[in-house]
Write a protein that binds this ligand. Sequence first.
Ligand code: NAD
Length: 333
Amino acid sequence: MNIEKLNLNPNHHILVTGGAGFIGSNICESLLKNGNKVTCLDNFATGKEENINHLLDHTNFTLLRGDIRNLEDCHTACKNVDYIMHQAALGSVPRSINDPITSNAVNVSGFLNMLVAARDANVKRFVYAASSSTYGDSESLPKVEDKIGRPLSPYAITKFVNELYADIFSKTYGLETVGLRYFNVFGRKQDPKGAYAAVIPKFVMQFMKHESPTINGDGSYSRDFTYIDNVIEMNVRSIVTENKEAVNTVYNVAFGERTDLNELIGLLKENLSKFDPKIKDVEIRYGTTRQGDVPHSLASIDKAKELLGYNPQYNIKSGLEEAVNWYWDNLKE
Ligand code: NAD
């Protein structure tokens, strides 16, 4: 994504934790294109060399292999950094149900280490990946930032704790923070493989192989699917803003429309059939609903629009078209 129009000063040095992951590597790429100096801290737990290999020779890019569970690594990464975009975490609700201890160690203790290191390095602002899972069992739609429910998974707890710690660090130590509650992000480089793969890349990959995707439930569950470039926009806007009322708070990061899984399947088939007409005939399977899944998710993006000037450029249709083109060009075997 070209972030030039967002007026991010190219002289800023920005640390992207989790910079070898799906969202982090896309952020690194955009920042480098803007002329920024970028440090990426990653332990490659779920991140991939291939996401950042093409950046390694860039004079403004530094890769630090390290673990946010290690405070020393966090201190090293924060040296001479102006801003942080903290993406490193173990994602996935099912992963956290299978192994809550590791999710907590990375997402809570690792997060706290990063806050301490950011504070000690006098970093100007700490922008971090929060999550829509923080809305938990709240049934109200659309989701508005100050109205959350009780968490439905260990992962959701970790992401909520992040917000609590960030709030305390801004109040206690004066560290400026911005939390971004991402809603089901999708786009280029999102990993289609593995037990914890997200639904869009997983289904795309299965369709490309003419394998039947399985929907958990009857397909009526809906999500506010958010294209990666909208997420990059919000990360940059969170740093650029000089409005003091816009910081030390959290924002929904979404498009503001919901799509159910049956509709999603229809859109994926439509896009993929342009490359391979046989995909239209691939059958869909229906399984049981998954533990910890909320039936519907839809964000209000009014707060981000009002305080940060958020103006998402991609809806699900235009985002899926971009994403499917990328998967076809890069992953078709
Ligand atoms: P990802 O798994 O592709 O990226 C996470 C990155 O963090 C990986 O590169 C991984 O190797 C790194 N990492 C994990 N543990 C680490 C550790 N101990 N030390 C250093 N690096 C570590 O996932 P993503 O989808 O890019 O998610 C990025 C962030 O956004 C995460 O914080 C996630 O919780 C959050 N988020 C994502 C979504 C989504 O839909 N993808 C939704 C809500 C929130």
